[in-house]
Design a protein. Structure first.
Length: 135
């Protein structure tokens, strides 16, 4: 069995591929193209959330065993809350336990909620309001 050869790696979401900032609500896909993959070739992806310059948290590990050249697709859906946590992420791609690619992407914070229109001020107490009348 040989090591295999990776010819391309892409990260995609609903808006496209290989962007620096990805959608916080999309499924994120990792596409790994192998132009050589003899029997027993193992491709793994390790998905990390980077919590500052020295701390990383492993979110998922995906593994695919191959016996011929093909495109490998590893996907992650947003967490149960429906949105990825804002911040920096990294995916390490390994071929037979050897690091062959590393990709980073950023999830922007959700947009701020729109503020409601201001409530009109209450009428001064000396003026009669229509709701003061008894029905």
């Amino acid at each position: 069995t040989g090591d295999g050869h990776v010819s391309g790696v892409s990260i995609c979401d609903d808006l496209g591929c290989d962007q620096e900032v990805l959608s916080g609500t999309s499924i994120i896909s990792l596409r790994v193209n192998l132009d050589e993959a003899p029997y027993g070739t193992r491709v793994s992806s390790h998905w990390y959330y980077l919590e500052g310059p020295f701390t990383q948290r492993l979110l998922r590990e995906r593994v695919t065993d191959l016996d011929q050249p093909q495109e490998v697709l590893h996907r992650l859906e947003p967490p149960r809350a429906g949105r990825w946590k804002a911040g920096l992420y990294r995916i390490d791609v390994r071929l037979r336990d050897r690091l062959v690619a590393r990709r980073k992407f950023f999830i922007a914070p959700p947009p701020a909620p729109k503020q409601a229109a201001p409530v009109p001020p209450m009428p001064p107490p000396d003026k009669k309001d229509i709701l003061d009348d008894e029905f």
